[in-house]
Design a protein around this ligand. Structure first.
Ligand code: SAM
Length: 267
């Protein structure tokens, strides 16, 4: 069996996960993805650094939570594997960490093997699921066999929710996930905002829409609403590079145009 057997990857149509992979310098992208990504870079050259800044936040927030004692992670909207992946960051600190990845895209599924290479003491699983069906996602056998939802879980929704417009029930989805998690759980997220570079973002939303992907950039108060009722860890909901930067390591976007990041804990 070849890697892509039986999966319609629609390689002639640009795809957000492969465009993101291209911005990060990966190799899982094709001509149509590179063309659409090229249009995005032409209107907003900072997108490449923004993608790296987003990834760098995932490293810092995962390390912070693993150091605080978290040993269960659920990462929805995982994307094409990019080393280090979340389980590598978490298990470096906590080798027994259990990590479940979920994405709705067949290209991510076809590369999931790279996400299943954890430590012998820990465990990783991949679930093909759509965030807009949180009940189905949470009931997936791979998730249930890997995570104990009666104990705290670090849920990450990084660069995911701007692909879930209000019409698809973004707030309903997040409230469902929040209510299913035990007290002491954490919600980690990054989200694109139009606030810092409204014209660039409007152009990007148009480019993604014409490539078939709906994007909804949200304001800071709209993003804060996802975290309602949970306690923000310092420094709060801030531009992505400003969340606990590590000098010499944190990737800083030239503008802060990418979006906001936060980590919040369930009381
Ligand atoms: C920009 S990537 C983010 C990757 C990674 N979380 C990161 O921050 O580096 C967004 C990912 O979300 C996935 N995605 C978009 N809508 C989704 C949905 N409704 N359910 C599950 N995954 C979704 C896409 O397939 C893509 O892999």
């Amino acid at each position: 069996m070849g890697l892509y057997d039986g999966v319609d990857l629609r390689l002639n149509v640009p795809h957000s996960a492969r465009m993101y992979d291209y911005f990060l310098g990966g190799f899982t992208n094709f001509a149509a993805d590179r063309e659409a990504a090229g249009h995005a870079l032409a209107v907003a050259p900072w997108v490449r650094t923004g993608a790296r800044a987003n990834r760098s936040f995932m490293h810092r927030s995962t390390r912070t939570l693993a150091e605080a004692g978290f040993d269960q992670f659920l990462d929805i909207g995982t994307g094409i594997p990019t080393s280090p992946n979340l389980h590598e960051v978490a298990q470096r600190i906590r080798p027994s960490a259990r990590v479940v990845y979920a994405d709705n895209d067949p290209i991510v599924l076809s590369h999931a093997q790279a996400l299943l290479t954890g430590t012998p003491e820990g465990r990783t699983a991949y679930v093909e699921a759509d965030a807009t069906d949180p009940a189905g996602l949470l009931a997936a056998p791979g998730l249930r066999e890997t995570l104990d939802l009666a104990r705290p879980v670090a849920l990450s929704l990084n660069a995911l929710l701007h692909f879930v417009p209000d019409e698809l029930g973004a707030y309903r989805v997040v409230e469902h996930l929040k209510s299913a998690l035990a007290p002491g759980s954490a919600l980690v997220m990054t989200h694109v905002t139009p606030e810092f570079a409204p014209e660039d973002i409007a152009d990007l939303v148009r480019i993604y829409s014409s490539a078939g992907t709906a994007v909804q950039a949200r304001s800071r108060p709209e993003i804060a609403r996802f975290l309602d009722g949970w306690t923000l860890l310092a420094p709060g909901l801030v531009p992505i590079p400003r969340w606990r930067p590590v000098p010499g390591e944190t990737v800083v976007s030239p503008s802060e145009a990418t979006g906001y990041a936060a980590v919040a804990v369930k009381p």
